[in-house]
Design a protein around this ligand. Structure first.
Ligand code: PAF
Length: 283
């Protein structure tokens, strides 16, 4: 496994892989690698002859009062995981490498970045799309792999790739969960043991919503109330949003129809946890 700290070294190694006719798979990460990232790497390794992982805690996607400084950084363990998963190249740039110039250019996806997390994290998605555009230009992958847990991120990036003609395909992989249903996330590290015990309530509430829909309920206010009542049973939970939207346009729905995204953000102390389920009612 190669490790590149500079853009030039990464680009040179990838060019060599391309010359050898390798399909390039790319897993962009902010490190603190967990089972979710592992499943993205495994999918890439199976599908592509060369898998590139980037590890970069991107400052431009954090708000001024967010956790950029405290975000877990576990590089040596991350590199061991990448090696173990059969990754070919890990790109670990510094902030100076990635934001070396005047940084006056931003990639902004409109409309889809306004609801859900966009309402509570202004500028977040501009940071994500800008860094991913830069990384895509450096790595030039055939496929890039993202998790369904960050559903809005995946939809926004698919739109960016489509609108700006990036020659790659985004693959969204299923959310990986702990045994009790909690979606795996780097931010789970912030939970106290008591909050960790309570946090599976999020997925439980989403599963209850799915059951309600399967038994015929269509009214989204009714479903949101059910989700809220379930989550509020956890004493430490503070709901940020519960939204039910069309899974393509991210427009709010009054009644469940077609491909629907049910997404929530819940604060447990300093941990902001997001999760979602996709429902397809085919009507
Ligand atoms: O999902 C993440 O870890 C980040 O948002 C990403 C895609 C690596 C961009 O910094």
């Amino acid at each position: 496994m190669e490790i590149a700290k500079t853009i030039k070294k990464a680009a040179d190694l990838i060019k060599t892989a391309r010359r050898r006719n390798k399909i390039i798979g790319f897993v962009p990460t902010m490190g603190a690698l967990h089972k979710g990232h592992c499943s993205l790497m495994e999918t890439s390794v199976k599908k592509c002859g060369c898998t590139v992982v980037s590890i970069f805690v991107n400052p431009t996607q954090f708000g001024p009062r967010e956790d950029f400084k405290n975000y877990p950084r576990t590089l040596s363990k991350d590199l061991e995981i990448c090696e173990d998963k059969g990754v070919d190249l890990v790109f670990v740039p510094t902030v100076k490498q990635m934001y070396h110039g005047k940084n006056l250019t931003w990639v902004k996806v409109e409309k889809l970045t306004l609801p859900l997390c966009g309402r509570f994290r202004p500028g977040h998605f501009d940071g994500v799309t800008t860094i991913c555009a830069k990384l895509f230009n450096i790595v030039n992958p055939d496929f890039a792999f993202f998790g369904q847990k960050d559903a809005q991120q995946a939809i926004v990036l698919k739109t960016m790739v489509d609108d700006l003609n990036f020659p790659l395909k985004i693959i969204t992989c299923p959310t990986i969960r702990e045994k009790d249903g909690l979606a795996v996330s780097s931010r789970n590290k912030y939970l106290t043991p008591e909050q960790r015990k309570q946090a599976p309530v999020i997925y439980k509430a989403l599963c209850n919503a799915r059951n309600l829909i399967q038994s015929g309920t269509k009214n989204t206010e009714r479903i949101k109330t059910e989700i809220k009542n379930t989550i509020e049973k956890a004493a430490s939970a503070e709901i940020q949003y519960i939204d039910i939207l069309d899974a393509g346009s991210l427009e709010e729905l009054e009644n469940i129809k077609g491909k629907t995204l049910i997404a929530v953000a819940v604060l447990f102390g300093p941990a902001r946890l997001i999760d979602n389920i996709l429902i397809d009612t085919k009507s």
